[in-house]
Design a protein around this ligand. Structure first.
Ligand SMILES: *[C@@H]1O[C@H](CO)[C@@H](O)[C@H](O)[C@H]1NC(C)=O
Ligand SMILES: *[C@@H]1O[C@H](CO)[C@@H](O)[C@H](O)[C@H]1NC(C)=O
Ligand SMILES: *[C@@H]1O[C@H](CO)[C@@H](O)[C@H](O)[C@H]1NC(C)=O
Length: 427
């Protein structure tokens, strides 16, 4: 169930959002039936250069049969210590695709989502907690993976966020693939990225605050499926005559070599392309790419070259948090008018991920998230979502500090009523 060979999936080049919060979890507000729950993740410790890659089972999440409308997360400093628990014996519930084993998460968030709209428009929702889906004797649980790198005082901040192996104290027993120079295998939990000689920074305990907006399930909600495409997907076509299903082996990350010396820097674009066959038909409700620093945009094309969704990064231009120069602070999103952008089952799709190759990059990503509905929405629903989307863009962030942080959230089912089988891990 890992994404690639390491646990983490979505990590982003950017900065910590540090937030002071007095209150604790589960503040509930309701607006037009949309409920808002705010939760706090377990605590993790960071100091300059250090990596924390924590997996937290059974985190707080709204319960019951609901439709999720949005999911946002930020991290916050905390001054308490705690222990978190780990258990086995579960069934992972994958999103709808299309990678075979990588990226099973429901939501992936990074610092760039601060300026990325994530609202699911009406009348759509991501259905969870349907009692009919949960096997007898199991309960639904949510799992959180937080991958954070403290880049305070880093010798090479971008190199740390790109997990360049030569900057990390990776132990020799880690068998890295040949020519592996950077990526998630070099910034696993408790490794350290090189910090400037003599740099002193305080240890800090941090946690995430995440906000879930949802409505109670009702018959008029149109369910959407989550699809996560990965440009590194090694696709093997289905072969019906031999009863073989299509295979999608996703590598999650890739490297961008710098362009030859002498070429004009602004002309150096590295393009990675994936062509594959779309598994099931539907309407595109929402689309957004996930890329790292250096990216210049990503587009998903349908058969015949029509654009399904183009998602482009916004770069920060200053020093202040949320606007860090050279880092992605937002990705543009697509909210096609419901029913206007359809993908047919078996349609040949092309995903393009572009990066500037004016300099070399390691461990970059080219993911594309789509929300797809099986059925067309009623036309009157189209207008309603716009104000919601806009109002959701406005979540303010007051912060300081540096680092990289990413979280991904997974759903799984676990046998009910079990109290044994826990194993404590340090948070
Ligand atoms: C490693 O890189 C060298 C030089 O670029 C290349 O010749 C070799 O084929 C690569 N090996 C693998 C396993 O990719
Ligand atoms: C890397 O260095 C840190 C701090 O010196 C240490 O705590 C950690 O165990 C080291 N990790 C590895 C994998 O050697
Ligand atoms: C990607 O780069 C290629 C080559 O420079 C360009 O033709 C294409 O329009 C770019 N696509 C995106 C999505 O930026």
């Amino acid at each position: 169930m890992a994404c690639g060979s390491e646990w983490l999936l979505i990590y982003l080049s950017s900065v910590f959002l540090l937030f002071m919060v007095q209150s604790s979890q589960g503040q509930l507000r309701s607006e037009n039936g949309v409920k808002t729950d705010v939760f706090l993740s377990p605590i993790f410790m960071l100091e300059p250069g250090l990596v924390s890659n924590g997996i937290y089972y059974n985190i707080d999440f709204p319960r019951g049969h609901i439709a999720i409308k949005s999911f946002n997360g930020i991290d916050i400093p905390n001054h308490h210590g705690d222990l978190e628990f780990l258990r086995s014996d579960h069934i992972m519930i994958k999103n709808s695709g299309i990678c075979d084993d990588a990226c099973p998460q429901y939501f992936g968030l990074g610092s760039e989502t601060r300026r990325t709209a994530t609202y699911v428009p009406d009348p759509y929702g991501i259905e969870v907690g349907n009692p009919a889906d949960i096997p007898d004797g199991y309960e639904e649980r949510w799992l959180l993976n937080v991958h954070a790198i403290d880049t305070r005082g880093a010798e090479d901040k971008l190199g740390c966020t790109e997990c360049r192996c030569d900057l990390y104290n990776v132990t020799a027993d880690r068998a890295l693939p040949p020519n592996y120079t950077g990526g998630l295998r070099c910034c696993y939990d408790s490794t350290r990225c090189r910090v400037k000689e003599g740099f002193q920074g305080v240890k800090r305990s941090l946690f995430f605050r995440y906000t879930v907006k949802y409505v109670d399930w009702h018959a008029s909600i149109v369910p959407v499926k989550i699809f996560i495409l990965d440009v590194t997907d090694i696709w093997t076509k289905a072969d019906e005559s031999r009863g073989l299903k299509a295979r999608h082996h996703c590598l999650v990350e890739y490297d961008v070599e710098s362009c030859p010396v002498g070429m004009a820097n602004d002309g150096c674009i590295h393009t990675k392309t994936l062509t594959f066959s779309w598994p099931t038909g539907g309407d595109v409700i929402y689309g957004v790419a996930h890329q790292h620093a250096g990216a210049t945009g990503s587009t998903l094309y349908g058969e015949g070259g029509r654009t399904i969704c183009s998602s482009n990064p916004t770069y920060g231009m200053g020093d202040e948090p949320g606007n860090e120069a050279g880092y992605i602070v937002g990705m543009s999103t697509c909210y096609p008018s419901p029913g206007s952008v359809k993908i047919a089952a078996g349609e040949t799709m092309t995903l393009v991920s572009n990066y500037s190759s004016a300099q070399r990059h390691t461990g970059v990503m080219g993911l594309f998230y789509l929300l797809i509905s099986d059925s067309s929405a009623k036309p009157d629903a189209a207008e309603a979502h716009k104000s919601r989307v806009m109002s959701d863009l406005g979540w303010a962030v007051a912060l300081f500090g540096v680092g990289l942080v990413v979280m991904a959230i997974f759903m799984f089912y676990v046998k009910s009523g079990r109290v044994d089988g826990y194993e404590a891990i340090k948070a």
